[in-house]
Ligand binder design. Structure first.
Ligand SMILES: [Zn+2]
Length: 188
């Protein structure tokens, strides 16, 4: 039986993510590049185009992951996990599903490939991601650039903003707006 015929049989002619009975094509799950049964999922055009172009993703379409995340098929698990991961920044339900999801270690490692854009995010001294609106405590005395003032250790900066440079955050300390190195902060 051809790879595609095997895949069609496995998916019972339904999209393996959203269960749509639309026209299906094999989608190879990165970093793999060859269509094989073990590395591909059968997807409808809607799922495929939203995965390929995350900017157009409609979060509600992905409520389907509520079911498909329990698939026994590794490439489907990987796609479901990656999609939930992308959505979880803005969607609480996706975050909850992600917490519930279980994958074998080998599959989890596969899923994580290419997803470690976390390096792009500001992190505090403990490696906790800092988000807009967080309150942080300064962990050491910091001289303020271009002045003789110091921000004292223990100063609390409320409602920080993010900066273009992921190593920095911005916020108000000593009544002044300034950039602060993220790893000199501790999230409250
Ligand atoms: Zn679909």
């Amino acid at each position: 039986m051809s790879t595609e015929a095997t895949l069609l049989e496995r998916c019972e002619s339904k999209c393996e993510l959203c269960a749509a009975e639309a026209s299906l094509t094999p989608y190879v799950v990165a970093p793999h590049t060859l269509v094989t049964v073990d590395h591909s999922a059968m997807l409808c055009d809607t799922c495929k185009s939203q995965i390929e172009d995350p900017e157009t993703a409609d979060a509600n379409h992905w409520r389907c992951l509520n079911d498909s995340m329990w698939s026994q098929v590794p490439p489907v698990q990987v796609l479901a996990w990656r999609q939930l991961k992308r959505l979880s920044a803005a969607e609480g339900w996706a975050h909850d599903l992600l917490d519930m999801m279980y994958m074998e270690e080998e599959i989890a490692n596969w899923a994580a490939i290419g997803m470690d854009d976390d390096a792009e995010k500001p992190r505090d001294v403990n490696g906790v991601e800092l988000k807009k609106g967080d309150d942080v405590t300064i962990i050491k005395d910091l001289p303020i650039k271009g002045s003789s003032q110091v921000i004292k250790q223990g100063t609390v900066v409320r409602g920080i903003s993010l900066a273009d440079d992921p190593k920095l955050i911005s916020g108000k300390a000593n009544g002044q707006s300034m950039y602060i190195i993220a790893e000199y902060c501790r999230k409250k």
